[in-house]
Ligand binder design. Structure first.
Ligand SMILES: Nc1ncnc2c1ncn2[C@@H]1O[C@H](COP(=O)(O)OP(=O)(O)O)[C@@H](O)[C@H]1O
Ligand SMILES: [Mg+2]
Length: 503
């Protein structure tokens, strides 16, 4: 949707660069409203049959004062009370001050109309409107802030504000209410607001700040001096010690002289972002800790599997050797998931990244005099949390291992096993099909009644641990065709289907 500013520019009154200038102003003017304790309205000219009319393009309320306008004025035209001031500001290029009356307020309203100058032309008018009997009693803070607002008003009217260039990240940027230091023309502190004094205390600055430069106060970097030199705002984050982080935004106050633009002072807004940064750091270290734990678990599991392997070598019974070898593979499978988790950010893994090394594991168990078996993966199955990936990996390993152990016992041709991974479009459940073109299970095979340790593990993990379903049967002609086994040989094979919910 186009903004009001863009609509107005479509009208021909404002150029693209004008709109950019006003957008920059709007992104900064919360600060102006806060310094002025008042509502600010931005009026743009719109040509009508009866002359120029002024349309409210944007509105901002002060966080430091009361609003005059409960309603949103954007999209409304200036009325008879405002128009003379706005027109005068636009015509003269000078800031206009006066008093107006609003229909629904008994007390008069002080109005300041500030022309917004860009490249020697008034492109809009900014107004500040505040009740003459508004709540804040004028103390030093009020007087100081209002004079700063006047400085920025002059800068706006002479084309020096808003600053061109990158706009500060407004979500964390310090605001007036967070703490303000006012600087004189030589970047020395002229005034520090109570919140700024508290922030300074927190970083260990107890001396009276007035008259000192930020460097003299103990700041590692003098953001103020940098902003004075560059004539533009400078944002800096200060880690004075390990506990306190201050975000500092220094904005120079400029004045057009006869020949040059001079820096006549500045404001430094400061915000204590320690809590924010502490949380950032905590999240980072928590993530690193989890990774480290996965890494250690992996190492421990590898140690256990090595010990078992050593034990297995000392056995003479083939059956016992096989049993140990199976256990070693299962442990290495779990270690593999932890290894993947120790590398990936967060607590989930791309499952296909685990399936490939699982295939490697099964392939290693092929005896050198066995015929080769080709393993292939299709699809990827997306990311899975560790709680699902770990048991599921053990399941896949058992299925692949069974292909190696039983599918191609005395066949003369090369075997193929394909693993298909897919997520259900409806409920995001994971579908896995493992299909081989080997000897096939018996026609009356029923996994519910299988008694081998491998399939018992598979059944238990899938139904109890993962809450899924499993079917295992002899592959039919159609299954093999679907899986792409069209090598002209008489077809047999086994097909296993898993459905694993992921929520
Ligand atoms: N892909 C397969 N092809 C042929 N037979 C299989 C396949 N998978 C499992 N079987 C049969 O199911 C039986 C049970 O397997 P399992 O429970 O893993 O025990 P084990 O592998 O120790 O024999 C196997 O002995 C085998 O007869
Ligand atoms: Mg087995």
């Amino acid at each position: 949707m186009p903004t009001l500013l863009e609509l107005v520019s479509d009208n021909g009154a404002l150029s693209e660069d004008d709109v950019a200038h006003l957008s920059a102003l709007i992104s900064e003017w919360g600060m102006l409203a806060d310094f002025s304790f008042a509502d600010l309205l931005l009026y743009v000219p719109v040509a009508t049959a009866s002359g120029t009319n002024w349309l409210t393009a944007s509105q901002v309320r002060a966080a430091t004062g009361q609003t005059l306008y409960q309603s949103d004025l954007v999209g409304e035209y200036a009325d008879d009370t405002d128009r003379p001031f706005i027109a005068a500001a636009a015509q003269s290029g000078q800031v206009q001050k006066g008093t107006i009356t609003l229909p629904y307020l008994t007390d008069p309203v002080n109005m300041t109309a500030i022309p917004v100058l860009r490249e020697g032309r008034v492109i809009a008018v900014l107004t500040r409107e505040v009740s003459t009997v508004s709540g804040r009693r004028p103390g030093q803070l009020e007087r100081t802030y209002l004079s700063i607002f006047d400085d920025f008003a002059t800068m706006t009217a002479t084309g020096l504000f808003p600053f061109t260039g990158r706009v500060a990240d407004s979500s964390v940027a310090p605001r007036v209410g967070d703490g303000v230091i006012v600087l004189d023309g030589s970047a020395r502190v002229r005034y520090a607001s109570p919140n700024a004094v508290s922030a300074l205390h927190r970083i260990g600055v107890r001396a009276n700040a007035v008259g000192q430069s930020l460097a003299e106060l103990g700041f590692a970097h003098d953001a103020a001096r940098a902003s004075f030199e560059r004539r533009e705002p400078v944002v800096e984050e200060l880690d004075q010690d390990h506990d306190v982080t201050l975000m500092v935004r220094s904005i120079p106050i400029l004045k057009r002289g006869a020949r040059a633009i001079n820096v006549i002072g500045g404001v430094v807004l400061m915000r204590d972002v320690s809590e924010l940064r502490r949380r950032d750091r905590l999240i980072l270290t928590k993530d690193a800790t989890i990774k480290e734990i996965h890494h250690r678990v992996k190492n421990n599991l590898q140690t256990i599997s090595s010990l078992l392997r050593l034990q297995g070598r000392r056995l003479s019974s083939e059956e016992a050797k096989d049993a140990i070898a199976d256990s070693v593979r299962r442990i290495r499978t779990i270690a593999l998931v932890h290894e993947t988790l120790s590398r990936e950010p967060g607590e989930d893994v791309a499952f296909v990244e685990i399936v490939r090394p699982l295939i490697q594991l099964s392939q290693e168990s092929l005896q050198s005099n066995d015929r080769p078996v080709r393993f292939e993966v299709r699809g990827d199955g997306g990311r899975l949390p560790a709680t699902i990936a770990t048991p599921l990996s053990v399941v896949i390993l058992e299925l692949l291992q069974n292909v190696v152990d039983h599918a191609f016992g005395d066949q003369r041709r090369d075997g193929v096993v394909r693993v298909f991974l897919a997520r259900d479009a409806q409920d995001d459940a994971l579908h896995i099909r493992v299909i081989d073109n080997g000897a096939g299970v018996a026609a009356e095979f029923d996994i519910a009644r299988a008694t081998g340790l491998g399939l018992s593990i598979v059944r238990t993990l899938v139904t109890t641990e993962l809450g899924g379903t499993i079917s295992m049967r002899r592959a039919g002609e159609r299954d093999l065709q679907e899986a792409g086994f069209d090598d002209g040989h008489p077809h047999m094979g086994t097909v296993v289907d898993l459905r694993i919910p992921t929520d």
